[in-house]
Every structure is written in C-alpha cells, then in structure tokens.
Design a protein. Structure first.
Length: 415
C-alpha cells in the first residue's frame, strides 16, 4: 500500500501514549509498505531524530507549530473563531494552514492508496473532498473526554464545557461517517463510535506494548512506593494526581505511614508541584527513561477520572510485572480481568484500601504482576497490533461502496 500518514502534535520523543502507538505502528508498516509522513513539531520535539528512527519510511516532513495555550491571546482568537465554525476550539487550534497546503500538494503530486488521519485533530487539515480514501485513527473517543471533564469541572465552567463536548460530538460523528474506515483502539471505543455514527464503518485494534523494552530488570522495589507515569500537561493526568493527593493518599498513609508517591511525566504545572510539595510527593518532570521509576514501585497507580481510548501506561506497568490499581476509566477498553491482572476501584476509599491491601501482601503483588506480564507478552506486542491495523486498512481498500466525501464540511468564518 502507498500510505500518507497525517498527524499533528509530533511523533518524537515518545513521551505520550498517542505518539508511542503511532510510532510503533508506523515502524512496522514502513517495513512492508510505502509510507509517507506529514506531521508537526513543537519547541521540545526533535524531527531529525524521528527521521533517524523511521529510516524505512518513504519520506518524513515535519512543520514547526505550537498550538495556542489556554489563557493566551492566540487561544482567545482560536476560541472566538471556533464559535463561528463547525470546528470546536480544541480542533480549531490544530487547523494549520501550512500543513493543509502540504497535505493537498502531496496528494495532488503523488499517487497514494489511502490517507491516515492520525487522531481527530488531523481531520481539519485534509483537503475537501479527499482524492483518496481516508482512514480515521481514533486513539480516543474525543467527545467523551470533554463530557467527562464537564462533570468534574467547577460549576461556572460546566455550561461552556457542555457546549464544547456537544460540538466535538457532532464533528466526531461526521468525521467517522465520512471516512472510508474508522479504527478505534478498543472494543469499548468501537461500540461508542459505532453508536455515535451508525452509518460509519468502525473496526477495533488492540493496544500494544514493547515487552522487550518494558521488562522486569531486577531492581528491588522500594517498600511503600507508589508510582504514576504520564504526560502531566494532559489535564486528565493532572486531575488524577490532584484527586489522589486530596482524596486517596491521606487514607493510604493512615494505614501505611511509610507510603510514598513518585509522579513521573513532563511539564507538571505550578499548581501540581505546589500540591505535591505540600503532600511530600516527588514530581520528576521530564525524564529520559521511566523504567527506573516504575521498577522501584511496589504498586503502580492509575487514579484517572477523565479520559478516553486506552492507557498504554497500564500495559507498560504490567510488562514490568508490577501490581496495578486503577479506576474503571483508567483501565477502560483494556482486556484485563479485575483480581487477576489488576485491582480496580473507583471510590477514593476503595482505591486506598486496594493499594493498602497490596502494600501489605507481597505475594499478591507478585501474582498480579506475573499474570499481567504473561498476558501482554503473549498477546499484545506492537508487531501483532500493527498487523491488525494493516489488515483493517487493506479491508478498507476493498470497500468501494463508500464515497470520498468532504470530512470538514463547510466552514463559516468570522474574518
């Protein structure tokens, strides 16, 4: 196949789940197909290293772009313009004129079999109509993240967030319906998207993990050590840690006074750092390698209340044979059996009791970690995941019944 892969927000370094999933699938696809990549990079990204890592790709072009940050003047402009457009603000800010021109030029100049829109955010940068079939790769059910965010937001924000998640839902439904194929990352997400867009063709692939990279390394765990990993500039991760600090960690420490917590991930906010310092919690910021921190964990915690898609972090913890305690949202979409591969708890008191039970029971920790490691090693390598992605794309090319329709719809401008 001749594939054009379009992704905003960069692919290297591999410091977030979406980049990991896309990178490993691209690495596998490039060994068997002609893959060209158009992406963007921000100030902290390294497009030259991306080219060095994906040497089998036919071509890689990365354009400099930083999305407007909340409370900035650029974000205010994006918000105002999105009010006059079908695009919600979170997609408007990733509408990149230079990337749109590059995608249109490459599609016109070269002969591709299909175009992969990697995340919903790539869709506004595709030409209307697309000259080739489009595969929409949905790492998340995007409107569901916003809907869950509205439920945990302060009352004064809920009305605005309610408008936003409904706008995302309309756009997401239209994008799924008009793509030749939508690929979800779990059966749970596939069911959500199929219900959202009944006319869409939606298929699911599993989540993967590099079981050779994430593996038990003989480092002894620190007694009482809890670890969380994730990009801390993603609000659901910040919310999870603030929730843990406020409602869960004090209850754990009442039972296990020596319990400690390390939060590993890029760009923690001043608010999070202050709350962590007050609680005596270590926040690392960006690290080159999360494995030493995970190796020290007695329990790997995932107290997420907001999110969509699937959490690669849980598979990474399991691949290192760690006992995991997660909320239902944190483990959503992963083929895990509670009590066999992890412990699941949503109420703060129940979450704390689950963690305490594991801190007091080394044999149970080892049993959960061994079962989790066995599961991901046998069934969820990136090679296997990429093969399933590849098979879904090949199926899409045989389905000529779906028309190439415009994905973006008409846009109204305030300018």
């Amino acid at each position: 196949m001749r594939i054009l892969w379009v992704k905003v927000g960069g692919l290297w370094p591999l410091n977030e789940g979406g980049r990991l999933r896309s990178f490993h699938i691209l690495s596998e696809l490039s060994q068997r197909h002609h893959v060209s990549i158009l992406t963007t990079h921000g100030p902290g990204d390294d497009p030259r290293e991306l080219q060095a890592r994906l040497t089998r790709s036919e071509s890689i072009a990365s354009l400099p772009y930083a999305a407007p940050k909340r409370r900035s003047a650029r974000f205010a402009v994006a918000l105002a313009r999105s009010w006059c457009s079908p695009l919600p603000v979170n997609l408007w800010k990733w509408r990149i004129p230079a990337l749109r021109r590059a995608v249109a030029h490459v599609l016109a100049a070269r002969d591709f079999d299909l175009c992969v829109a990697d995340f919903l955010f790539a869709v506004p940068n595709l030409p209307r109509p697309s000259p080739v079939p489009v595969v929409l790769f949905e790492h998340n059910v995007e409107h569901l993240i916003w809907k869950r965010l509205s439920r945990t937001a302060p009352p004064w924000q809920r009305a605005l967030l309610g408008l936003e998640w409904r706008k995302v839902r309309r756009y997401e439904a239209r994008a799924c319906a008009q793509a030749r194929l939508t690929i979800a990352v779990s059966e749970t997400d596939r069911a959500f998207l199929a219900a959202l867009a009944p006319s869409a063709t939606v298929r699911a692939i599993p989540t993967g993990v590099d079981t050779a990279y994430f593996t038990p390394n003989g480092v002894r765990e620190v007694p009482g050590r809890l670890v969380f990993t994730g990009a801390m500039d993603w609000y659901p991760n910040e919310d999870a840690i603030l929730h843990l600090l406020d409602g869960i960690l004090p209850a754990i420490r009442r039972e296990v006074p020596e319990a400690s917590l390390t939060v590993v991930g890029r760009n923690p906010s001043a608010r999070l750092r202050a709350a962590a310092a007050a609680a005596g919690v270590q926040v690392t910021g960006t690290v080159e390698d999360v494995r030493p921190y995970v190796a020290e964990a007695a329990v790997y915690v995932v107290p997420l209340r907001i999110g969509g898609g699937t959490r690669l972090k849980i598979f990474e913890g399991l691949a290192m044979a760690k006992a995991v305690v997660s909320t239902t949202v944190g483990a959503e979409g992963l083929p895990l059996v509670a009590g066999t591969h992890l412990l699941r708890a949503d109420d703060p008191g129940e979450f704390a009791r689950a963690v305490v039970s594991l801190l007091r029971d080394p044999a149970r920790r080892r049993a959960l970690g061994a079962a989790g490691r066995r599961l991901v090693t046998e069934r969820y390598s990136w090679t296997r995941v990429a093969r399933e992605f590849e098979a879904r794309c090949e199926e899409a090319l045989t389905d000529r019944s779906r028309l190439h329709q415009p994905l973006n719809g008409g846009t109204r401008s305030c300018a």
